[in-house]
Design a protein around this ligand. Sequence first.
Ligand SMILES: Cc1ncc(COP(=O)(O)O)c(C=O)c1O
Ligand SMILES: [Zn+2]
Length: 449
Amino acid sequence: MSHSPLPRANPRATPPIVRGLRCAACGEFVGVDAALSWRCPNARGDDRHHVLLIESDVAPLRRTKHANPFIAFRRYLAWDAFVHAHGMDETTRDALISELDARIATVAGTGFVFTPFARADALSTALGFSESGGVWVKDETHNVAGSQKSRHLFTELLHLVAVERLGLAPWPIGNRPPLAIASCGNAAFAASTLARAVDWNIQVFVPEWADEQLVTRLRTLGADVQHCPRKSSDPAGDPCVFRFRESVAAGAVPFGVQGPENAWCLDGGRTIGWEMAYVAEHMEPPLIARLFVQTGGGAFAACLAEGFHAGGTRAALHAVQAEGCAPLSRAWNESTSFATMSAAAAHWDACMQPWPDKPTSFADGILDDETYDWVSVCRAMRTSGGHPVVAPEQRVREAYELAHRTTTIDVSPTGAAGLAGLLTMRDRVGDDERVAVVFSGIRRETPKP
Ligand SMILES: Cc1ncc(COP(=O)(O)O)c(C=O)c1O
Ligand SMILES: [Zn+2]
């Protein structure tokens, strides 16, 4: 029996859209009411070849007037269905989002708002597009913590706080398990910012060579930063990930941006695509025909495409990787021998293999040796008629330079890497076509040449 003090949901109010989560690899279904449903129940031990994906039908895409995208699009969130299932009423849901958002704003200097999305005229001209075609840029550099990562993490945080407020938390009051993330970039910074906002301890596992400025920034936010040298007993792979998983096995909450580690990052990440789709839906034709998205672990491309396609247009997704780390391309090619992506996902090892060499690129935020969310990214490319693009390193550098020359957005090399995909494919894109990119992260220091 529930002793929740929260107001009960009105059963006649608009029902939520999300039905539940289903594992792309084994088909297991997890009800949306399940608390702390980070991973597929069949993913045991270190097995990360499962990923829970959100099942829902968003169309038609509508928003409320609220300035916060998590409130404006709340009814499409899996989180909304989760708290609805536990009887939280709609006013309380909005109030909880607003409360956490206000706390985040005190740490980050901004809460969540719709970020700009508009045609970049000088960039479009420089690339030879006609007046009716061109490049639309989503500017994410002033989003919470300077990148899109906080959008993914916010639904993990909402889930955790709701679990506590609803009396569903398995931990005793005042004895929260720590959050944990393996990252040395924007995701670590966003996770530490959100954790700080709610005074929740967070462990950040970083490589030995992690940037000192970043480590200082994380420690200033109160994060417990742990350097992870390789242990002689470690198998091949990233020691930060091993230490992160050990911590999660010991009770920490996975608080990162990889679907197989925590499916709830795939919920809020979609807000970026919904925002873009909402603008695109109200544009005079022609429609935006392609999305070029820089891809590391893949959660970003997966969510952006799912969100954008909810608007009803099937813009072709091009997941962009740099030639110095492009594991998705092989997975894509292998997956084409399977009739469906579910069948491909069941043969995870045959498709997605970690990049065999030391990953390198000027776009150093997309050097994940594995595209963890490859199944959703490939599915979105399949259904939209897209395909991956491997950008030569020269194009990655040109994209950064071009972004700075033709726009006023202070984007990082990683944040501009989707544009490198467009440069690589420019001769196959018509001058009258409309395409979109996301400048996803702010430049924090002058990148080394
Ligand atoms: C600014 C920026 N853009 C894009 C990405 C890629 O996101 P994902 O790893 O989800 O593919 C990252 C990842 O670190 C990033 O920092
Ligand atoms: Zn599974």
